[in-house]
Design a protein. Structure first.
Length: 176
């Protein structure tokens, strides 16, 4: 049994990233029968993660988060917003706070979210380098979601083409 975690890569309230992550959660949950599908919402992380957890001063809440979403999963969908030409700092801080061995030899699929036209391609490249350093296998199909405010409604993409691309990515990654 393999669990899958969908990571909402920002702790910003009311983010499009979380909307996209919830959409992925819905779709993956309907297709996947090999274990649990989980949604890791970074808004649930400790507020002082950068000053405590990164340096090993663990709290039970953070240990539980790692156990539930990282140690217990073998596949990850990382939904990452563009922040200043890369991905959100909270995502990097989180990765830095987790022991690298918990990521070894697991599989990752990346989706970028951006207001601009590139769909966070650069941020996905940065995250790919980090994940590969952590010995993770990064799926070839990285999906950029550009002009998110126009492309996304309250709960799903506005365009059928975007829905098709997401479903293709999900189905292919589930076979990976």
């Amino acid at each position: 049994m393999t669990n899958i975690t969908i990571v909402s890569g920002t702790n910003r309230d009311d983010s499009y990233t979380l909307k996209v992550a919830k959409y992925y959660y819905d779709k993956v949950s309907t297709l996947y029968e090999g274990g649990k599908v989980l949604l890791a919402d970074f808004r649930e992380l400790p507020k002082d993660i950068a000053f405590e957890e990164v340096y090993g001063k663990r709290r039970h809440l953070f240990e539980q988060f790692i156990e539930t979403y990282i140690i217990g999963s073998d596949k990850f969908f990382w939904i990452v917003p563009e922040y200043n030409g890369s991905f959100a700092g909270i995502c990097k801080v989180f990765i830095d706070a987790v022991h690298p061995r918990y990521f070894y030899y697991k599989k990752s699929c990346l989706t970028g979210v951006a207001s601009g036209r590139a769909g966070n391609l650069r941020g996905m490249d940065h995250l790919t380098m980090i994940l590969q350093y952590l010995r993770m296998n990064v799926f070839y199909n990285k999906l950029p979601v550009s002009k998110i405010e126009e492309a996304w409604g309250d709960i799903e993409p506005r365009m059928e083409e975007q829905k098709k691309l997401i479903m293709l990515q999900i189905k292919d990654f589930l076979r990976y």
